[in-house]
Write a protein that binds this ligand. Structure first.
Ligand SMILES: Cc1ncc(COP(=O)(O)O)c(C=O)c1O
Length: 392
């Protein structure tokens, strides 16, 4: 029996779905949606708030402020309500309605940015808004999930050790990449583990995180239109990219077997299937992380008209197998030992210079997250305003 008095203290950490019978591949899916915030973001949100408390930055008068596309906003809404802080979430016009209503039901103020910034789309407009709010009101504390080390530490301290306990023979771990907090926390933990684990990052086509071209992305959670400051590619063995149409097919396939997961889980499962199909995986122990559940996506991922209008009729074809990520694993040797890491463009460190997040939170400082030096690349003509999500 679990008995709690604060909602953020409960989290189901040990639930896995064996996908063998659904996908034909031996893959265990770690379910992160069973807590009162409904997503994996409970852990980094709790870690960041508690670090700020320990640093003495939060007072009863403090107003927490964060830019979020959804799940981090819901998690902070819940924690703020429980601890008695005010919380203001800056999101944008593509935040889905159920998520916005959830935050408001939990007492948060939700500010919706509708005008993209001329040079950086809606994400940058959101960050600009947070900075303005902080400049205008001393009570505001910006936790800055994009730069706060508490984001990845939460997964280093909780998510990865839980996987290690359940799978002492783990060989490959598939992790979706948004802010890259989950990825970096798990990758850092397993780098120090007793056996080598291959860390495979799963990203959306259209995200620039691992050097791809900026393009349209409509599923929240994964992918970034700017290089995530938390990412250290030296910890990542491989990155695979998945088309959103394949993410949706994977979601529908799982739903037909009674498992309703969020869109980013479809991405991770699709990417993992693609990778496993290309490697000799006999005897291999593979785990993937499912960040949330499907109820927040009923009017998008699971709504036929929405899917048809944005991805075409073919995506709804029930007979197609769980698709391999169309840009999945670039090479197909037997499972290689974790070794040389992903190699591709990385922005210079000074892109994020000026950030003051070492204490676990961020006061706006010139040149930090909204840095003028963080250009949005537009290699394929996609605009940042065509993207959504931006990692949580
Ligand atoms: C649904 C969903 N999937 C994936 C992620 C990516 O997690 P991270 O930001 O740790 O990379 C998030 C982040 O909030 C998310 O909300």
């Amino acid at each position: 029996m679990s008995v709690i008095s604060a909602p953020y203290t409960f989290n189901e950490e040990d639930l896995y779905v064996d996908l063998q019978s659904i996908t034909g591949r031996r893959l265990f899916l770690k379910c992160e949606g069973f807590n009162f915030a409904g997503s994996i973001k409970l852990k980094p949100a709790t870690e960041m708030v508690e670090a700020a408390e320990q640093a003495g930055v939060l007072t009863p008068e403090s107003v927490l402020v964060e830019s979020s596309s959804g799940n981090m906003g819901v998690a902070l809404s819940m924690i703020a309500a429980s601890k008695g802080y005010q919380f203001l979430c800056v999101t944008d016009s593509r935040c889905n309605l159920p998520t916005r209503l959830l935050m408001e039901a939990l007492g948060a103020h939700v500010h919706v940015v509708t005008e993209p910034s001329t040079d950086g789309g809606l994400l940058r407009a959101r960050i600009d808004c947070v900075r303005t709010l902080c400049a205008l009101d001393d009570r505001c504390v910006w936790l800055s999930q994009y730069t706060n080390p508490g984001n990845w530490k939460a997964h280093y301290l909780r998510t990865a050790p839980a996987i290690a306990r359940s799978f002492p023979g783990l060989d490959v771990l598939f992790v979706g990449a948004g802010t890259t907090g989950t990825l970096m926390g798990c990758a850092r933990y397993f780098r120090e583990w007793h056996r080598p684990v291959r860390i495979v990052a799963v990203d959306s086509v259209g995200s620039v995180t691992f050097g791809g071209a900026l393009g349209r992305r409509l599923l929240p959670g994964l992918g970034m239109s700017m290089c995530p400051p938390l990412l250290d590619e030296s910890f990542v063995d491989e990155a695979v990219h998945v088309e959103e149409a394949d993410s949706i097919r994977a979601c529908h396939r799982l739903a037909r077997r009674g498992f309703l997961f969020g869109g980013s889980t479809g991405t991770v499962v699709s990417g993992a299937m693609g990778w496993l199909a290309l490697h000799d995986t006999r005897g291999l122990t593979a785990v993937a992380i499912a960040p949330d559940l499907g109820e927040r996506y009923l009017d998008t991922v699971y709504q036929a008209n929405w899917v048809r209008a944005l991805y075409g009729e073919g995506v709804l074809d029930p007979d197609r197998p769980v698709a391999a990520g169309s840009r999945a694993a670039r090479s197909a040797p037997p499972v290689p030992a974790p070794g040389p890491r992903v190699r591709h463009r990385r922005q210079e460190d000074e892109t994020w210079a000026g950030d003051t997040t070492t204490a676990g939170l961020s006061r706006p400082s010139p040149g930090s997250w909204t840095a003028e030096s963080a250009p949005l690349r537009d290699a394929d003509g996609g605009r940042a305003s065509d993207t959504v999500g931006e990692g949580g």
